[in-house]
Write a protein that binds this ligand. Structure first.
Ligand SMILES: *Cc1c(COP(=O)(O)O)cnc(C)c1O
Length: 445
């Protein structure tokens, strides 16, 4: 199955999940894994309870496992080219669980500066309070800067494949090589690219995280997150850095048992995330949300293809308008990472980017208020086109200098381009530019 094309896998991979016999009985087999909206599962036989708690067999409680959630995980692992996936309640939960499966108090993370503001806050404010330091690398294309930031206690490198706000791209093979040399994984947030456009694991990364709330679901109706692991954890090479993965486990009766690495081999990282971090911290997705994410994934390639084509047309159109000072879209030849985009994004350049209007924050406000097809909201990857003013929303709590360093000016707007007819998007933008630029400047007394 995994050798078939992406669009075939996105609709056929999810059904290869075994469901409890008692749930299907002799009933016809459902073509789509049903919504097992249940907190738990009955033990068919007395011994099944012991087998579940002992060897992890079968389903017992949805925080530990659920067939609807499993089906989506199966699909995601196949689409990302990973060995296993873990679905969580949100993208933030996915990043948190992925990192806490690797690093503990006294540890250190090296992260790109150019990441989702929620993740920056997580690293800077929350993970820091657990005694885990993060060094932010601003020059993400400088391999030496990544190398120089690594300390003996570094346990993960973190970056986004395509980043907010200026569409910076990471040279994944180059930074994965640095990570490999140090025996630590490169963790990539692949939300903006999706596995349809880019598969970090195939380029050398070891852990992928997603906000499934965005493109994977696509319909904008649920939150979700996912971790996908390469399955390439090497206990011999990296065991000393990750003692929790190689330390003896506890067997029945409390006697020492095999370590996670001995039990699960190259899957030790995601097995630890699944068995220990996720169920203890508890960000379990609802089976209903998992089902809706699974439904979304079945049309991922069609949406992303259309969204990318629309986005390229919109970016080209904006770049040619005199009212627009700059467009930060990796698909445009003028973008600093365009060569990398051409190398790594063969199927399209994505559909989330920023552009900056000539004018100030009031110009941006008039523009947003004049749009009719675009929805003004904080979300992305939706089938609908969306617009947001970063300086007063996602990046409001930064200083002007910090904002400028991230490419967020008073006139900067972020768009997420949907699947609408592109002529309607251009018409809407054109009308809003006319209003925003022609409106009289407010008289200041
Ligand atoms: C939205 C987003 C997140 C956080 O995901 P949630 O599902 O909102 O928790 C993380 N990374 C990126 C790149 C995002 O766009």
């Amino acid at each position: 199955m995994s050798r078939r094309g992406f669009s075939t896998r996105q609709v056929h991979q999810g059904v290869a999940v075994s469901v409890p016999a008692s749930a299907t009985g002799s009933a016809p087999t459902a073509r789509v894994t049903p919504i097992y909206l249940t907190a738990g599962f009955e033990f068919d036989e007395y011994a099944a309870a012991g087998a579940h708690f002992g060897a992890g067999e079968g389903y017992a409680y949805t925080r530990i496992g659920n067939p609807t959630i499993d089906a989506v995980e199966h699909t995601l692992a196949a689409l990302e080219g990973g060995s296993q996936a873990l679905l969580l309640a949100s993208g933030q939960a996915a990043t948190t669980v992925a990192l806490l499966a690797l690093v503990e108090a006294g540890g250190h993370i090296v992260s790109s500066t150019h990441i989702y503001e929620g993740t920056r806050g997580l690293l800077r404010d929350n993970i820091a309070r657990l005694g885990i330091d993060t060094t932010f690398v601003d020059a993400i294309d400088d391999v030496d800067a990544w190398e120089a930031a690594i300390r003996p206690e570094t346990r993960a490198l973190f970056a986004e494949s395509i980043s907010n706000a200026t569409n910076r791209l990471l040279d994944i093979p180059a930074i994965a090589e640095v990570a490999r040399r140090h025996g630590i994984p490169l963790v990539i947030d692949n939300t903006f690219a999706t596995p349809y456009l880019l598969r970090p694991i195939e380029l050398g990364a070891d852990v992928v995280v997603h906000s499934a709330s965005k493109f994977l679901a696509g319909h904008g109706s649920v939150l979700g997150g996912a971790i996908v692991d390469s399955g390439r954890f090497d206990a011999e090479r990296s065991g000393a850095l990750y003692p929790h993965l190689v330390a003896p486990g506890r067997g029945p009766g409390g006697v020492p048992g095999p370590s996670i690495a001995e039990r699960t081999g190259g899957d030790a990282r995601i097995a630890y995330a699944r068995e220990s971090v996720a169920p203890r911290f508890g960000p379990t997705p609802s089976p209903l949300n998992a089902f809706l994410i699974g439904q979304g994934i079945e049309t991922l390639s069609l949406r992303v293809e259309r969204q990318s084509a629309n986005a390229l047309a919109v970016a080209q159109w904006l770049a040619a308008r005199p009212e627009v000072a700059s467009v930060d879209y990796a698909g445009l030849p003028a973008h600093r990472d365009h060569a990398l985009a051409v190398r790594d994004l063969a199927a399209g350049f994505g559909s989330v980017f920023t552009f900056t209007l000539r004018g100030d924050a009031d110009t941006a406000q008039r523009f947003v208020e004049a749009l009719e097809v675009f929805t003004h909201m904080t979300h992305l990857g939706d089938v609908r086109s969306l617009v947001l003013h970063p300086a007063t929303t996602s990046h409001a709590f930064l200083t002007d200098a910090e904002r400028r360093a991230l490419g967020v000016e008073p006139g900067t707007l972020r768009v997420s381009i949907g699947i609408e007819d592109v002529a309607d998007l251009l018409g809407d933008l054109s009308a809003a530019l006319d209003v925003a630029v022609d409106a009289p400047v407010a008289v200041v007394a």
